[in-house]
Design a protein around this ligand. Structure first.
Ligand code: NAD
Length: 500
């Protein structure tokens, strides 16, 4: 697989209009591994025009649903065939362990294409019962046109696959902006799409910064819909930018997800599940379990075992065998996470493990922070309220079920939550009260292509994935047909009345 570093516009690899480039940095060494084109607003315009031309020509949207489905299936197969290469590329670029990219990110991307290949052939409208028998009313689901996609660095391949597969399945064309800090796997995806038979112009990739490329996409009149995944702060700016040109906008934003631990939980399952929930992708995960809210009856046992489990996680170089916890994406991001850690140290909370970046070889050149746990954390402290986006977990004690629910919902975010219990009644009772787009019971961080995903409150607007995600990338047309025989006469009769 060739390492791509240019823009992909209208099926061709081209330099940025001003020839400038940006570095791609390996998070485990902070050394440059590639340079990619720094796209400009001019490049966004070229990509949007190519996507528009492709859409209008019907080269993609005019294919039969079976032809589109076949091509999307082929993309899924190609991803499966190249799993190893893609996983190594993603681990180098993002800093996450190879065992994760091999088993989760890349296969998840392939499954997403296979799933939407199937769903593409089942994109149905409805027959609407009209209030008069002489009118037949039905709806069809049509593509929106050109969808602009802006993606984050934490799951760049998986998020790109989710957005591109669903948009193409609905018949749209695409301009995608990869994450500035981790663009390589999105560029690799462009190659696979072309190889599978996606026509030139149907998917265009413009690398570069958010302020140049992302902002230009939001403004460009030929891009009809923005599908954004990233921080709440930037999401609000993007939504504001969509007001002027009045374009549709879907937002998948940040989170501060709770794990609610009840006294009757299976503690082995709870510890294993919450460790996975907290530290997948070094905690750089939008739905990570970052707030452990624990019933006082099991608080001490949970703290002891969760802290022991956190200490046992093997930090290592992303590509090394046995690594469970890699490097944070960028030294600037590590500095931001460490600022929160310092705020935690200054609070009344107790630091139970971690708390300092690793400075010994082989970690001294990279951005490594081991699992860090603060216990006895007050719910109003900064580390309890802000999204830290790293391996930093807080543990808070609650008296009873009522307080657990109140603490879980006491957040501006509402992306996800998990519940740890063997009591079905309590589980469903609490699930109904949690204000979050996804509630897991005895699971955390399970997101499949098949089910809708998105946030409540400041965690987002709209849903990606599943049938709902596909429908959100379509628009509904209502078609009515007269069955009157003789033809409907009202206007003519009214005109005759008027003439008399
Ligand atoms: P970010 O908001 O900084 O950047 C996201 C994308 O927006 C990047 O491609 C960036 O270049 C671009 N961007 C920046 N400024 C822009 C602007 N003015 N106009 C248009 N685009 C602009 O987020 P990040 O640091 O890349 O990712 C981490 C954040 O993403 C976290 O908050 C995390 O919770 C969130 N996230 C959410 C989900 C979800 O599904 N809800 C999934 C992954 C990550």
């Amino acid at each position: 697989m060739k390492l791509r570093n240019k823009l992909f516009i209208d099926g061709k690899w081209v330099d940025a209009s001003d020839g400038k480039t940006l570095p791609v940095i390996d998070p485990s060494t902070n050394s440059e591994i590639a340079r990619v084109s720094a796209g400009t607003p001019d490049d966004v315009a070229k990509a949007a025009e190519a996507a528009r031309r492709c859409f209008e020509s019907g080269a993609w949207s005019g294919l039969t649903i079976l032809q589109r489905s076949e091509i999307l299936n082929r993309v899924g197969l190609l991803i499966r065939e190249r799993t190893r290469e893609l996983a190594e590329l993603e681990s180098r670029d993002v800093g996450k362990p190879l065992c994760e990219t091999l088993n989760f990110d890349i296969p998840g991307g392939g499954q997403t294409f296979s799933y939407f290949a199937g769903l593409a052939v089942d994109l149905c409208g409805q027959t609407i019962p009209a209030p008069v028998n002489e009118v037949l009313n039905y709806t069809v689901r049509e593509p929106i046109g050109v969808v602009g996609m802006i993606i984050p660095w934490n799951f760049p391949f998986l998020v790109a696959c989710r957005k591109v597969a669903s948009a193409l399945a609905a018949g749209n064309c695409v301009v995608i902006k990869p994450a500035t800090w981790a663009p390589l796997s999105t560029l690799a995806l462009a190659d696979l799409l072309a190889e599978a038979g996606v026509p030139p112009g149907a998917v265009n990739v413009v690398t570069g910064t958010g302020s140049a490329v992302g902002a230009a996409m939001v403004q460009h009149p030929m891009i009809h819909d923005i599908s954004f995944t990233g921080s709440t702060e930037v999401g609000k700016t993007v939504m504001g930018g969509c007001v002027g040109p009045l374009k549709r906008c879907g937002l998948e934003l940040g989170g501060k997800s709770p794990a609610v631990v009840l006294p009757d939980c299976d503690m082995d399952e709870t510890i294993g599940g919450t460790l996975f929930g907290a530290y997948l992708a070094q905690g750089e995960c939008c739905c990570a379990a970052t707030r452990m809210l624990v019933h006082e009856a099991v608080y001490d046992e949970f703290v002891e075992r969760f802290v022991a489990g956190s200490k046992a996680i093997r930090v290592g170089l992303p590509l090394a065998e046995g690594t469970q916890h890699g490097a944070l994406i960028h030294k600037e991001h590590l500095a931001s996470v460490l600022r929160f850690v310092e705020a935690g140290k200054k609070s009344r909370a107790r630091l139970a493990c971690g708390g300092s970046a690793l400075t010994q070889p082989p970690f001294d050149r990279g951005n490594f922070l081991p699992p860090t746990v603060f216990v006895d954390v007050a719910p109003d402290s900064v580390i309890s309220r802000e999204e830290i986006f790293g391996p930093v977990v807080i543990v808070t004690k609650a008296r009873d079920e009522k307080e657990l629910v109140q603490l879980a919902n006491d957040s501006n975010y509402g992306l996800a939550a998990s519940l740890w219990t063997t009591n079905l009644k309590a589980g469903h009772r609490i699930a109904a009260q949690l204000k979050a787009g996804t509630v897991w019971m005895n699971l955390h961080n399970f997101v499949f292509a098949t089910g809708p995903y998105g946030g409540y409150k400041e965690s987002g607007i709209g849903r990606e994935l599943g049938r709902e995600g596909l429908l959100s990338l379509t628009q509904t047309k209502s078609i009515m047909l007269s069955l009157y025989d003789p033809p409907f006469q009202w206007y003519r009769d009214a005109a005759k009345e008027e003439a008399r």
